[in-house]
Design a protein around this ligand. Structure first.
Ligand code: F6P
Length: 362
């Protein structure tokens, strides 16, 4: 009997999700004559009355260049800790049995879960409950182990890099320090690669707790060399050696999930007090996740979608598609979520940045 694939996109959206969905549908429906259904809004769509739609060829026509996900997503719908309102309060309930029952009632045989760290951890647990699952790694943060890169990351780096190009002229005209706060959670990949690409002067990463003295010395040194402006890129998870991360919403306030943000403003206050230079803060925020995917992410998303269908055909469940060098391969989902993929402070990229004269805050 042919498989029926259910596909869902979970966690924060990112460019390239639609390329994956289209890749899955074209490989499964067009090439193999299988059925594909799309679950709406991540695992949320399998709680209560299922929300889903048929994904035939017409449903994915023209979606390759589109940002976001045609299926919708949610980063609040963990079936093992699902928020429900009870007596005026929000409590967390385990609704995983309901999710499994709904999945089976739809006639689906295999789940393709497209998501980041959180979604993949849920997928792994659902696999332990008996679902046949294939995972596809998505996140602008590039913080997943097991794959050389996640799709969405290249697009986000492109957005930040372009923003840095644009900020140079205004920073230079006004002789200011521009502090650009970027996403990435606990990983500094976006800050580091976009900072190198966008010719930043200072890049602060979560992986290298920074010294304010070093940052001030770098900016002052530039001024002494005649550069009356500086561009500073700070990852949202970066923090001083003697302080903690700046949190916008604590896990307690936000259903178990911490939201980072605010380090840019905190730095501006410190630098304003220490340097005789005006500064401005730019928080790029969700702009980094929006818009059309780059060609790299369209290709990677398409390759991941096709590979996911090949894994279903081979009965290789519990695995995540992955890029290894130039090859798309697969690894156990468990291996991908054991630890985060973080920037190596002693690695080649950091060394390159410092050889270029970029201050990494140490
Ligand atoms: O994981 C992707 C990401 O964009 C992080 O870089 C960021 O910290 C977080 O999601 C923001 O989440 P939300 O969309 O819930 O504000």
């Amino acid at each position: 009997m042919n498989p029926t694939i259910a596909i869902l996109t979970g966690g924060g959206d990112c460019p390239g999700l639609n390329a994956v969905i289209r890749g899955v549908v074209r490989a499964a429906v067009l090439q193999r004559g299988w059925r594909v259904i799309g679950i709406e809004d991540g695992f949320d769509g399998l709680v209560g009355t299922p929300r889903w739609r048929e994904l035939d060829l017409a449903a994915v026509r023209g979606i390759l260049p589109l940002g976001g996900t045609i299926l919708g997503t949610s980063n609040r719908g963990n079936p093992f800790a699902y928020p429900v309102r009870k007596g005026g309060e929000t409590v967390l309930r385990d609704v995983s049995a309901e999710v499994v029952a709904n999945f089976r009632a739809l006639g689906a045989t295999t789940l393709i879960a497209v998501g980041g760290d959180g979604t993949l951890k849920i997928a792994r647990r659902l696999g332990e409950l008996g679902l046949d699952i294939v995972a596809v790694p998505k996140t602008i943060d590039n913080d997943l182990q097991g794959t050389d890169v996640t799709f969405g990351y290249n697009s986000a780096v492109g957005v930040v890099s372009e923003a840095l190009d644009r900020l140079h002229s205004t920073a230079e005209s006004h002789h200011r320090v521009m502090i650009v706060e970027v996403m990435g959670r606990d990983a500094g990949w976006i800050a580091l690669e976009a900072g190198i690409s966008g010719s930043a002067d200072v890049i602060l990463l979560p992986e290298i707790p920074f010294s304010l003295d070093a940052v001030c010395a770098a900016i002052a040194g530039r001024r002494e060399r005649g550069n009356r402006f500086s561009i500073l890129v700070v990852a949202e998870g970066a923090h001083p050696a003697e302080g903690g991360k700046v949190v916008r919403l604590s896990a307690g306030e936000n259903l178990g999930v911490e939201r980072l943000g605010g380090i840019g403003q905190a730095l501006a206050a410190e630098l304003g007090a220490r340097l005789d230079m005006e500064n401005r803060v730019v928080v790029l925020g969700h702009v980094q996740r929006g818009g059309s995917p780059t060609p790299f992410d369209r290709i990677l998303g398409s390759r991941f979608g096709v590979k996911a269908v090949q894994l279903v055909e081979q009965g290789k469940f519990g695995r995540m598609v992955a890029l290894a060098g130039r090859q798309v391969d697969s690894v156990p989902i468990a291996a991908a979520v054991e630890a985060l993929n973080l920037v190596d402070p002693a690695g080649d990229l950091c060394r390159t940045a410092e050889e270029l004269g970029i201050c990494l805050g140490r």
